[in-house]
Design a protein around this ligand. Structure first.
Ligand code: PMP
Length: 361
């Protein structure tokens, strides 16, 4: 097999090796069925078993209360940017959005097509290196939307925003930190995430939505864009992304076997903590996110000299670190160390950074 690199890609991202090995076998035969996982009917017993286990594990891991539905949808998180306001916002209503970067902005743009948007707070003045400490919520927003982790800018909310009116529900785009630490689902109306960072491959989107919202959504929309359609058919109104759901099930088993969300939280805190410590004690590297806003998923850093950054990226790439170049809007480097990125990979990166700084690479 080709040597596998330390994959620091922001998404699609690294998956647990044991998951990939099992998926490899399942491509030819799912269990002892003699039919590959991508070749099974989504309505057959074998795949329905997969979908049922994926949902059951998802519920168990996150402690999802019974009055929430778990949906496996398509169209990525980007379709949720539109589907949420389309279902819940009207031209005479307002939704509040916290703007913490490029993905929040995309969500805001979609919402403006359907109703009023109040940007309750923004990190724009600091090029999104901070998480706003306070928010100007409107009196009675329909909902409050935030992006829990900002993949591009390397910032993350330490806790859910609060202080908004009781009649609004909280919506979270958790695409880049879902299931990276324990979560209290009962605080939310809707949580959504594209799978391709912490949960599986691209092409499947996890949506956790409270029952009353499924029913409250606009019923004049095309069927595929109503939550009730998918909730009413166990995410099988049309052909679901079967391989993605299968891989998600394997990733959920891997999370369960590695201590659940608490285990992920400890593992991620430790990995990110060691990497930030290295950056903080370095006289070459500097973190771009403010201390209190630092992400445990996407660690962004620079040297302050674009040529030096380019040299580091080239040498790190040659040394086997994949996709360490930062997003163009931040520059420098970004190490995406999602759940499945191994602690040994962080050790290797730290060693490489030390050697680069000491001129011994
Ligand atoms: N939100 C966040 C925080 C993201 O990081 C991304 C993708 N990188 C998206 C939304 C968009 O997701 P998708 O490509 O699944 O539409």
């Amino acid at each position: 097999m080709t040597r596998r690199l330390w994959n620091l890609s922001a998404g699609p991202a690294v998956l647990p090796e044991s998951v990939l090995a099992e998926a490899q076998d399942s491509l030819l035969s799912l269990g002892d069925t003699g039919v590959g996982v991508c070749e099974h009917s989504h309505r057959g017993k074998a795949f329905v078993g997969v979908a049922d286990e994926a949902e059951a594990l998802c519920r168990e891991l996150a402690g999802i209360p019974d009055n929430y539905r778990v949906l496996f949808l398509q169209g990525g998180a980007s379709t949720q940017f539109a589907m949420i306001p389309m279902n819940f916002l009207t031209s005479d209503a307002t939704a509040d959005y916290i703007n913490t970067g490029a993905w929040s902005k995309k969500a805001i743009k979609e919402a403006r097509l359907f109703g009023n948007v109040n940007v309750a707070s923004t990190g724009e003045e600091t090029n999104f290196s901070t998480i706003p400490a306070s928010h100007s919520f409107s009196d009675h927003p329909r909902y409050v939307h935030y992006t829990s982790n900002n993949t591009i800018f390397g910032t993350q909310f330490a806790a859910e925003p609060d202080g908004f009116s009781d009649d609004a529900f909280l919506v979270c785009d958790a695409s880049s930190d879902i299931f990276s630490r324990p979560i209290d689902v009962s605080k939310y109306g809707i949580i959504y995430a594209g799978a391709q960072k912490n949960l599986g491959p691209s092409g499947v989107t996890l949506v956790i939505i409270r029952d009353d919202l499924v029913e409250a959504g606009n019923d004049q929309l095309t069927s595929m864009l109503q939550y009730r359609t998918h909730a009413g058919s166990d995410s099988m109104f049309n052909t679901p992304p079967t391989f993605g759901i299968y891989l998600m099930m394997l990733v959920f088993r891997w999370i369960r076997d590695n201590g659940g969300l608490a285990g992920m939280g400890t593992r991620n805190r430790d990995k990110a903590g060691r990497l930030y410590d290295t950056i903080d004690r370095s006289s070459l590297f500097r973190a771009t996110a403010a201390q209190a806003a630092r992400s445990q998923m996407n660690v962004t850093f620079v040297t302050g000299d674009a040529d030096k950054d380019a040299q580091f990226i080239a040498e790190a790439t040659a040394a086997g670190f994949n996709a360490i170049k930062g997003h163009r809007s931040v520059g420098g480097m970004r190490a995406s160390i999602y759940n499945a990125f191994p602690p040994e990979g962080v050790d290797a990166l730290i060693q490489f950074m030390d050697e680069f700084e000491n001129g011994t690479t």
